[in-house]
Design a protein. Structure first.
Lengths: 159, 151, 375, 362
């Protein structure tokens, strides 16, 4: 007789635990308030990322198209996977002194692992992280960007 | 027991052993011939009982290889670094300790895979990650133009 | 049509019924291949093959300076990325004998515990899905989103956040850091009992995990199975207790040990470890000392010649970082003792005699992350 | 042509007589078969697609997400888009698969579920066949599906499929037992095996209320066994994603995979409608006792709506099972049947037979 009682108790115990699980899923089924899906393409304009979000490396330019990059190449040395190339050129200053100026700050987004070493080690804080994350392109050559905009010059107060 | 008593105990055990300076753990370099016997002594002697091999790896010093084992005891909570030198750089062979600690079998297969050091009486001496014709990447003289960008 | 015979090196007997689980298989959590020889449904022998995602991280580290290694260790055990980075940073700081500010240790320990909870949550999702309960995957991910928001707000990236550098942190945490953590703790305290009702007490789950894949304490020590999998068979290997780093010595939490050593024990250890991590967070989140977020470091970090070893407790076990330095800015040789590497090979001993469905359950309970095995 | 939503017998008889006097009786019979065949094909396709959509929505709401909401208003056309995609997909030829069996297998599974649909009484007088051994016919036909699954697993020459189909074979054969026995308890109650007869006997109250404890036990056992019968829910070992990638239909692609997929959902619909018919009174409105005011109010709702409501309720429970429980292992699955469901069923039948013998039932 003992085994029959255990048998029935076992069945009822099992059903109780199954019902406990079903109560949880049932609770979420009837509560649409908890739905977490983000309707991405529709909520594009009011979707704001966190301000420190590492979308891509950019070189901020102020209103009269000036940036702070001196072309020193420290970020190129510090980059672990060679995704930054600095191309500099000689330029004559009005006083006649020859000085090295940044020509093209090539940035391979395809190879960048967003480790943040370039932004951190730049002596003149020329680089920053942009918040734009829509980076999909059809042809990989578009992933190579020139960070300093054409016709931009260096800011005055930068060393 | 702490490093100093462990040091005397080790000196009683072996005669020709070198003790390099190490601030954290006791370090001992054992000649290759008595490496296997010393390890089984570490494992079985009652007052030391080194039963948990943390990691077994190798270092390529350009003219010789160094097998490095970090072993600790889960009972006495002391740790030791046992090293042994393989002077034959061309075809390095060492004794296996996989019969003492089972986990050594896979660490040794990884060392064979990346360094080319073969272990005698190893139950399953096969490469672990790479194909058979790949060469031994972690050796200092390993070059591979297609994959390695030398900065 | 010429039948080319695919030469398949089968190490078992000739007439075995051998199936390949992997490298593309829904329940191997990555590119890992099990060669399973079967007798009907019961398993006779399991041989794991790895190496499909071997990137040669140790070789790459030999040409990177110490701050540059951080972005590589992120990608080893990507679920406890922060703890991996902290291991390398602690090893470098120990080698240089520099004193890091109190604030850095506090923040690092808080982020370790957050990372551990996030990793255990994802383990719980994958374990439920492997057993067939597909809904648990979404509940776990929904709760994990809260932690990833904390990470994203402070570091800018959710999973692989190279936030640690030798000497301290990249930049200070976001002002809303503590508030979000408190919100998360109160939110997750309400959701954790649901995890138990959904899976732990479920009679089907109990049937499929109690007494499956029993790991004895001797085997755990012999095979070096650490972390929750080892502690489920009473092998006390919590590095936070043996060699405390960060502020673990000033925080009281207890190490979860169970004796049964089967799949259910490994499951329960991780669930109660989530509890412990939340207790640690509660003790730390209110008293983060002020101070700067990094020690004064030279531009180029050169370790003195010698060898340094640092053990750290990641979400899956004990990670050892062994750096051999010959004095210049890149390490001469670096070896990562990865927890998953030792946890993997025990499966060929655990799964003998059980069914295919149990092999999936056992490998789910061992919580393997494959890039950490191949490095 | 009296079209009466409450009683279709006049409507079908008037079509029959109309056809008979317009052409010879042999041709009329043929045209009627053709009409019924086309109607069931339509019902099959539309219902199958709707059930797939319904399952994806229900599962989405359970998992705190939205489910398909892009194609068509509210995502209704999502499954139609899937079907078209599957139609355009290439039928990948498996190199040394057993061609004949490989191609036949999906059709056997579809035919089995078609034969079972024929016996279901959708409304009063609206059913294709009404055998006087209805329940027996339904149980016999529903066991044909397993032949298709075994053929599919064997002929696709892949180890995963073979394991999947062997599992499903063992599972369906053993769960036939408790499906049959749980239906038997209600047959003992109502005294007839004719499905419409069973519904008539529930005029003064559904069996699940009238039969109180034994009928409720039989209903629960039937639900569990029928979920296993259709390879769904905690018993989906045949196509266990996490173990055998896709079980017996791993090698199938394109429209053949769609056949298996649709057949599974139609089996779920059939099993749910049988549960509704036998336990919850098919299209019979909710009556308590006979001839009181409450019954008349209930009679205003047309029987088709009653039938659809009850079937939807049972389908929802089966979906609820699937998205809550982990999967059973093959040996636990069989122990559940042989050591738990079978004894419970047998004891239940003995009690019911004793009740009916002594006349204590309602």
């Amino acid at each position: 007789m003992r085994s029959v009682i255990n048998y029935i108790k076992e069945i009822l115990g099992g059903l109780r635990t199954l019902w406990a699980g079903m109560r949880i899923t049932g609770k979420y089924f009837v509560r649409p308030g908890e739905i977490v899906t983000q309707k991405y393409p529709e909520n594009r304009n009011e979707l704001t990322m966190f301000d420190r979000f590492k979308g891509e490396v950019i070189m901020p330019h102020d209103e009269n198209n000036q940036h702070r990059c001196t072309g020193c190449g420290i970020c190129q040395m510090n980059c672990p996977n060679g995704s930054i190339e600095i191309i500099t050129r000689k330029e004559m200053t009005p006083e006649g002194k020859e000085v090295r100026v940044i020509d093209k700050h090539v940035y391979h987004l395809g190879m960048c692992t967003f480790c943040g070493l370039c932004v951190k080690t730049c002596p003149s804080d020329a680089l920053a992280f942009g918040q734009d994350f829509e980076k999909a392109v059809f042809d990989p050559s578009k992933l190579t960007k020139i960070l300093n905009q054409p016709g931009s010059t260096i800011k005055k107060d930068v060393k | 027991m702490d490093n100093s008593t462990l040091r005397q105990r080790l000196e009683e055990l072996t005669v020709n052993a070198v003790y390099p300076v190490n601030k954290q753990y006791t370090e001992i370099i054992i000649p290759a011939e008595s490496y296997h016997e010393f390890c089984s002594l570490l494992k079985n002697s009652q007052d030391m009982l080194f039963d948990y091999l943390i990691s077994l790896t190798a270092v390529d010093w350009k003219d010789h290889f160094m097998i490095v084992c970090h072993i600790t005891s889960t009972i006495h909570r002391h740790t030791i670094i046992v090293k042994t030198q393989l002077s034959d750089y061309g075809d390095p062979v060492a004794d296996t300790v996989s019969d003492i600690w089972r986990t050594a079998e896979f660490h040794e297969r990884e060392v064979f895979d990346l360094f080319g050091i073969r272990f005698r009486h190893h139950p399953d001496m096969r490469r672990l990650f790479l194909e058979d014709d790949f060469g031994f990447p972690l050796r200092k003289d390993f070059t591979d133009e297609s994959r390695m960008i030398v900065k | 049509m010429q039948e080319e015979i695919v030469k398949n090196v089968i190490l078992g007997e000739e007439d075995d019924y051998v199936i390949n689980m992997g490298p593309q298989h829904p329940s191997t959590h990555g590119v890992l291949r099990f060669e399973v020889s079967l007798q009907g449904e019961t398993i006779k022998k399991v041989i794991p093959y790895c190496g499909y995602i071997h990137r040669g991280i140790e070789k790459m580290c030999e040409r990177d300076t110490y701050p540059q290694i951080i972005h590589l260790t992120d990608r080893m055990d990507y679920l406890s990325a922060h703890i991996n980075n902290e291991a390398v940073c602690l090893c470098v700081e120990k080698a240089l004998e520099i004193e890091i500010p109190e604030r850095v240790s506090y923040i690092r320990t808080i982020l370790d515990e957050l990372n551990r909870i996030a990793s255990h949550q994802l383990w719980w999702c994958a374990m439920g899905m492997d057993m067939g309960a597909l809904t648990t995957f979404f509940y776990g991910l929904r709760d994990r989103e809260k932690i990833l928001d904390i990470f994203e707000e402070s570091f800018g990236s959710r999973l692989l956040h190279s936030f640690n550098t030798p000497g301290g942190l990249m930049h200070d945490v976001h002002p809303g850091f503590q508030k979000r953590i408190k919100e998360f703790i109160s939110y997750f305290r309400r959701k954790l009992p649901e995890y138990d009702q959904l899976l732990t007490d479920n009679v089907i789950f109990k049937e499929r995990s109690v007494g499956i894949g029993v790991l004895s304490r001797e085997d755990a020590i012999q095979y070096g199975v650490t972390g929750p999998s080892g502690r489920a068979s009473s092998f006390s290997c919590d590095v936070r207790k043996i060699e405390p780093y960060g502020v673990y010595d000033r925080v009281n939490f207890n190490e979860i040990l169970r004796t049964e050593g089967d799949t259910m024990a490994r499951y329960k250890v991780r669930i109660s470890e989530m509890e412990e991590s939340m207790k640690i967070l509660e003790q730390l989140v209110d008293n983060i000392p002020a101070g700067d977020f990094t020690a004064k470091m030279k531009a180029v970090i050169r370790l003195p010649a010698g060898e340094f070893f640092q053990r750290v407790e990641t979400a899956r076990g004990e990670l050892g970082v062994y750096i051999v330095s010959d004095g210049n800015k890149t390490p001469y040789r670096i070896k990562f003792r990865s927890p998953n590497f030792s946890n993997l090979f025990i499966i060929s001993k655990l799964a003998i005699g059980f069914k295919i469905a149990d092999l999936v359950a056992i490998s789910g309970s061992l919580d393997l992350v494959i890039p950490d095995i191949d490095r | 042509m009296a079209f009466n939503i409450y009683d279709f017998t006049e409507f079908t008889r008037s079509i029959d007589t109309g056809l008979k006097n317009s052409m010879s009786s042999g041709w009329a019979m043929f045209v009627e078969y053709a009409i019924i065949g086309v109607i069931f094909l339509l019902v099959y396709a539309v219902l199958g697609l709707f059930l797939v959509y319904a399952e994806r929505r229900v599962c989405a709401f359970i998992q705190n997400r939205l489910g398909p909401n892009r194609v068509g208003p509210g995502g209704i056309l999502q499954t139609v888009a899937d079907l078209i995609k599957l139609l355009m997909k290439e039928l990948i030829p498996i190199r040394n698969a057993d061609k004949l069996l490989f191609n036949i297998a999906p059709f056997i599974v579809i035919i089995a579920s078609f034969m079972a649909i024929a016996a279901i009484p959708f409304a009063k007088g609206l059913h294709a066949i009404d055998f006087n051994i209805g329940v027996f016919y339904v149980i016999a036909v529903s066991s044909l599906g397993v032949v298709g699954i075994l053929l599919a697993g064997w002929s696709s020459n892949s180890k995963y499929s073979l394991i999947g189909s062997m599992r499903s074979g063992a599972q369906i054969i053993s769960y036939e037992l408790s499906v049959g026995l749980s239906l038997l308890t209600i047959v003992v109650f109502s005294g007839t095996m004719q499905l419409s007869g069973i519904i008539e006997s529930q005029a003064n109250g559904w069996w699940i209320f009238k039969g109180h404890i034994p009928a409720a036990v039989a209903f629960l056992v039937f639900l569990i066994a029928s979920t296993a019968e259709t390879n769904r829910g905690p018993f989906d070992l045949a196509e266990a994603e996490s173990e055998l990638t896709a079980g017996f239909h791993t090698e199938y692609s394109g429209i053949r995979f769609a056949f298996f997929f649709l057949a599974e959902y139609m089996n779920m619909f059939i099993v749910a409608s049988i549960a509704a018919t036998v336990f919850l009174g098919g299209w019979m409105p909710l009556h308590f006792g006979t001839g009181n005011a409450f019954n008349h109010v209930m009679d205003y709702i047309p029987p088709l709506v009653w039938f659809a409501g009850k079937t939807a309720f049972v389908v929802l429970i089966m979906m609820w099972f699937k998205w809550t429980f982990p999967r059973l292992r093959i040996d636990q699955l069989l122990t559940l049947e042989w050591k738990y469901l079978l004894p419970v069923n047998l004891v239940n039948i003995v009690i019911v037979a004793f009740l009916v013998l002594m006349g204590w039932h309602f």
